[in-house]
Design a protein around this ligand. Structure first.
Ligand SMILES: *Cc1c(COP(=O)(O)O)cnc(C)c1O
Length: 371
């Protein structure tokens, strides 16, 4: 079977989604499955839907189109605010887009009107992550402008946490988002259908004892896919953390004397201080073009030495790997998202409905067949 490759267990994706959906339902929160790390792969998207996700969301219109082409007809949100150059595709393919810029909202409105339709938007509010978002004090005036527009329907408000800033949302921040939702409804009329509180970094808050207030949706990627909390990196109790397995092939193993300190000429090559002067070194046939080496988790007894565009070099203490052998690796989010996008990394699906889903998935390359 071709290597490098990522083995994907669709049953575990379905299970993780179901687990989160079932725990959030009593808190009044629905789950939107976020597919950006897996490039909108239709098989994975369907597994999220089978697990009870009420809709899907992706950051890129190309991924949304990929899901639409595979016949996925559920509500799909564009969660990266749209490019002005892509508003037509957004109106055509997305049920909802997340927005912060009046000019872009106006352009979405013109496009939707031209097609005799209405485009739904969620206004993103800046709550401290300092990535996208309207400043809270500007929300009310933005809302009233939006409500006057034809071709646009305001579906709700949302916020994002811990993406740029890596700070988990506090109870106070979530309470503030709730009160902004209440203020918006009071000032502008119609009740907001959706108050989308954030992503996987919000789960600690959502599973806590505090009130969830007006927040009725979370957009979950990492927790479903990797079973981990993006802020601490820790596994979330009850979730599978082995949905994805990366397999790379060994192309060289030799015992090489290390100079006491290795000075790597290129910043992307990461440096570790090797304590023993001559351990076995192996080279894996996968590199920075395929994977974010800093996001790869190596098995016990294997130490990362460095990576170049096509090689990863490791040192092994007690598990010599011969050329032709294989190393199984786990991935953090950054490695997963690059690996899933890399055309030289094959993807293999397992799970009860993998066969049916893969037929749809294989209609658009580079995803490889089932074995
Ligand atoms: C990526 C992203 C998410 C999902 O984040 P996870 O940490 O993977 O759950 C949610 N909302 C927005 C706007 C995003 O960009």
């Amino acid at each position: 079977m071709s290597k490098p490759r990522i083995d994907i267990d669709l049953d575990k994706i379905r299970y993780n989604t179901r687990f989160l959906v079932d725990r959030l339902r009593p808190r009044g929160i629905t789950v939107t499955g976020v597919t950006k790390a897996v490039c909108g792969h239709p098989g994975i998207a369907n597994a999220m839907l089978e697990g009870g996700a009420t809709g899907l969301a992706d950051a890129r219109i190309s991924n949304v189109i990929r899901m639409r082409n595979a016949g996925i007809s559920c509500s799909i949100s564009l969660i990266r605010t749209p490019m002005l150059s892509q508003v037509a595709q957004v109106v055509d393919n997305c049920d909802v887009s997340f927005n912060t810029e009046m000019d872009i909202i106006a352009s979405l409105a013109v496009n939707a009107l031209g097609k005799n339709t209405t485009h739904n938007i969620i206004l993103m509010v800046e709550m401290g992550d300092m990535r996208e978002g309207i400043l809270p004090e500007r929300l009310e005036s933005t809302v009233s402008q939006v409500l006057k527009m034809e071709g646009i329907s305001l579906k709700g408000i949302g916020a994002n946490f811990a993406c740029l800033g890596h700070v988990a949302p506090s109870a106070e921040a979530m309470a503030l988002l709730s009160s902004l939702a209440i203020d918006t409804e009071r000032a502008c009329g119609p009740p907001l259908e959706t108050v989308s509180g954030g992503g996987s970094a919000n789960l600690l808050w959502a599973f806590g004892n505090g009130a969830t207030g007006k927040i009725n949706n979370l957009r979950l990627g990492e927790a479903i896919l990797l079973g981990t909390d993006p802020v601490s990196g820790h596994a979330i109790d009850g979730l599978y953390t082995d949905v994805f397995t990366l397999r790379a092939e060994v192309i060289e193993t030799k015992t090489k004397a290390n100079p006491l300190q290795m000075a790597f000429p290129v910043p992307s090559m990461q440096c570790v201080t090797l304590d023993s002067p001559s351990n076995a070194r192996s080279i894996l046939a996968i590199g920075l073009q395929d994977i974010d080496a800093a996001g790869v988790i190596f098995p016990a007894g294997v130490t990362f030495v460095g990576a170049t565009s096509d090689h990863i070099v490791v040192e092994t203490t007690n598990c010599q790997l011969r050329a032709g052998g294989e190393m199984k690796l786990k991935m953090k989010y950054s490695a997963l998202s690059r690996g899933m996008a890399a055309s030289d990394v094959a993807k293999i699906y397992r799970g009860a409905s993998a066969l049916a889903e893969c037929t749809a998935a294989n209609n658009d390359r580079p995803y490889s067949k089932l074995t």
